[in-house]
Design a protein around this ligand. Structure first.
Ligand code: PGA
Length: 265
């Protein structure tokens, strides 16, 4: 069974002390939610500078830790680079790859996203590969075509055993930070198509194991409408997760949804 997953992408916010204070507050709030760590996964994606101190304090707990980006390769004369290997050594277990902000502001192409996905897996990190259409592409009815291309380009060269370690986040570009969201039906249609692509590329086991997240203006009010979609296993949350109380509220919503999960069954 795929566990629900809440992933908090802090983007370029929060200093190291702010990151540690948040984690402390979150831990305190989560301690009031009985059994959460048996029923769901929760990971924070702070700035890379905060990874090491964050991991030192929280790696032994159920709060997962990931990076927001990586550079391919292990080590070398690559000024300014941060490899998956370095991130893993600093405590990261996951890494976001191909976020639309990286595609837009840092020129990341599908090819670069593929290289980074491979590099993440080689470094032993679980990549969260972000895909999603722009507003224009949506208007032109190209959502599935764009997502299909991005998914294939990212994972088609991977061994099926590697594909199973990938998470795919469907994040419509127009929904990120805008307060606009697609309908749960639209998300369901895209998530189903992503699973079909995974089956096609890596077989039915990978299709059943891979986790798919929805991201883009998720908050504690709309979270469950996306998670109730059978193919969606969790959410990648930006703005709403900058506040520990909000993230804890989301964890509580998941726990309250299903009494079976509450007892960890
Ligand atoms: P948002 O960002 O929740 O602020 O829309 C999501 C993301 O960029 O991953």
């Amino acid at each position: 069974m795929r566990r629900p997953w809440l992933a908090a992408n802090w983007k370029m916010y929060k200093t190291v002390p702010e990151s540690l204070a948040y984690a402390q507050e979150l831990w305190h709030l989560l301690s009031d939610i009985k059994g959460w760590d048996q029923a769901l996964d929760l990971a924070i994606f702070p700035n890379a500078l905060a990874l090491w101190p964050f991991a030192e304090k929280w790696a032994a707990t159920a709060i997962g830790i990931g990076a927001q980006n990586l550079d391919p390769g292990t080590e070398g004369a690559l000024t300014g680079g941060t490899s998956g290997f370095l991130l893993r050594e600093a405590g990261a277990r996951f890494v976001i790859v191909g976020h639309s902000e990286r595609r837009k502001y840092f020129g990341e192409t599908d090819e670069i996203v593929r290289t980074k996905t491979e590099a993440a897996l080689e470094a032993g990190l679980g990549p969260i590969v972000c895909v999603g259409e722009s507003q224009d592409e949506r208007r032109q009815g190209e959502t599935l075509k764009v997502v299909h291309r991005q998914v294939r380009q990212a994972i088609e060269t991977l061994e099926p055993s590697h594909v199973r370690r990938v998470t795919i986040a469907y994040e419509p570009v127009w929904a990120i930070g805008s307060g606009l969201v697609p309908t749960p039906e639209e998300v369901a249609r895209v998530a189903e198509a992503i699973r079909a692509d995974v089956a096609d590329l890596a077989g039915s086991e990978a299709r059943d194991q891979i986790r798919i997240l929805y991201g883009g203006s998720v908050n504690d009010q709309n979270l469950l409408s996306f998670l109730d979609t059978p193919d969606v296993d969790g959410a990648l949350i930006g703005g709403a997760a900058l506040n520990a109380a909000n993230l804890a509220k989301m964890a509580r919503r998941i726990m309250d949804r299903d009494p079976l999960m509450k007892s960890g069954q």
